[in-house]
Design a protein around this ligand. Structure first.
Ligand code: NDP
Length: 267
């Protein structure tokens, strides 16, 4: 482990539970490779203590910022002094920068991480038709990013239809020209198919969409990182589709978060 000194810049990740998070390993590896004198530690914060935890952390002069994950992504927004336009529209944030005067600025990078992850594997979304299962936190961020990066249309399908409708109307508020449809479990006719639900995390989960309707011309994408190959990706591979795993989304977010937190500038 690297030496931590009085000059080391501090970062943290807030989550509940905390044991499963992969960000500390990835970000500390990034710091080492960048030659950056920083350390990111896991903070286990219960939802009821989030405001108090954040209030204490923001008073630390050597704090660079905080990464935020489940279940704090929505609640954190109201506790910050400022927020990017995208995170306000999405209604959630996953990274918070401490400004030199102690103010906190929130931003959401889940969606951009997903799109950059796709690009890093050679799949551009511009001009493509996209189908997304889900309308939760990750899906919200991904929907905004897919439209921002130029999909020709986006179909949103979610178990709770009202949440899909709500997401559609918020995306249209920011991007009035976007073509957004509410879909069924049938993903046929779309270039890119995304599972942005949590279905697939547990063995025996139902599939998030009708995999019998997938065809070889489609790229089928996961946000789930563990298991590496979900039942959906397995079914998609068997049908000849190109598959895209969940890991590049986090890998790309580490770079984006480091940029947002000013880490690259210190290289
Ligand atoms: P949320 O709880 O906000 O949303 C869950 C989504 O899954 C909702 O659309 C929900 O539908 C749907 N869903 C859950 N259970 C069922 C079910 N039984 N049947 C049908 N639909 C269901 O979770 P998040 O959006 O925060 O996380 C979703 C996934 O994204 C997680 O697996 C998480 O690990 C992953 N993720 C991956 C990241 C990465 O870097 N790779 C980053 C962030 C998240 P409904 O609205 O009807 O409840």
């Amino acid at each position: 482990m690297k030496e931590i000194t009085g000059a080391t810049r501090l970062f943290g990740i807030l989550a509940d539970p905390i044991h499963h998070v992969k960000t500390p390993q990835r970000m500390n590896e990034y710091f080492t490779q960048a030659g950056y004198d920083g350390v990111l530690v896991p903070f286990h914060a219960r939802p009821g203590n989030l405001a108090a935890v954040l209030d204490g952390l923001k008073r630390l002069e050597n704090l660079g910022g905080i990464i935020v994950t489940v279940p704090h992504k929505t609640a954190i927004l109201a506790l910050c002094d400022d927020a990017s336009q995208a995170s306000r529209k999405i209604g959630a944030a996953n990274v918070v920068r401490r400004e030199p005067d102690g103010r906190l600025t929130a931003h959401m990078l889940d969606g951009e991480g997903f799109v950059r992850g796709l690009r890093s594997c050679g799949h551009d979304v511009e001009g493509k038709t996209a189908y997304m299962a889900g309308a939760g936190g990750a899906a919200n961020a991904i929907a905004f990013a897919l439209v921002q990066y130029g999909v020709s249309s986006l179909t949103i399908a979610n178990r709770t239809a009202a949440k899909a409708e709500d997401l559609k109307s918020r995306v249209l508020d920011l991007y009035p020209q976007a073509r957004i449809n509410i879909g069924t479990p049938d993903p046929s006719g779309h270039d890119i198919v995304v599972n942005a639900t949590s279905l697939g995390l547990k063995e025996g989960d139902a599939l998030p969409l009708d995999a019998s309707r997938l065809s070889a011309s489609q790229t089928v994408c996961e946000v789930i990182m563990q298991p590496v190959e979900t039942a959906l990706l397995h079914a998609a591979r068997e049908r000849g589709c190109t598959v895209h795993y969940g890991a590049p989304m986090l890998a790309c977010q580490i770079e984006l978060m480091a940029e947002f937190l000013g880490v690259t500038a210190a290289r």
